[in-house]
Design a binder for this molecule. Structure first.
Ligand SMILES: [Zn+2]
Length: 103
């Protein structure tokens, strides 16, 4: 019975964690939709590093929302920029590279 209890507890905790992740994702999408409604097609920006999409400064992964053909058109036609997480990563990489190249 101990094993069943442990498995039940673990699975229930995982299900709760997944529900929290989906709730956060839904909140992000709702905020993105609100930004998108305020924007125009020209206001959409694609991160040139990771492919995430911004509208009004809010970035999301468009992969689950768009079929590959539409994602490709987005890549071809949208203005490109860099999202905050890629900017942080690239800045850290550049700083590390500079530190390595110091005599
Ligand atoms: Zn990015």
């Amino acid at each position: 019975m101990e094993q069943v209890y442990e498995a039940l507890l673990r699975r229930a905790e995982e299900a709760v964690a997944e529900a929290h992740r989906q709730h956060r994702r839904a909140a992000e999408l709702m905020a993105f939709v609100a930004e998108l409604r305020e924007s125009t097609p020209a206001g959409i920006v694609v991160c040139a590093w990771c492919g995430n999409v911004a509208s009004g400064g809010r970035w999301i992964d468009p992969a689950p929302l768009l079929a590959p053909r539409l994602r490709q058109r987005l890549e071809e036609q949208a203005t490109h920029g860099i999202c905050p997480s890629c900017l942080n990563r690239v800045s850290a990489e550049v700083a590390a590279e500079r530190a390595d190249n110091r005599p």
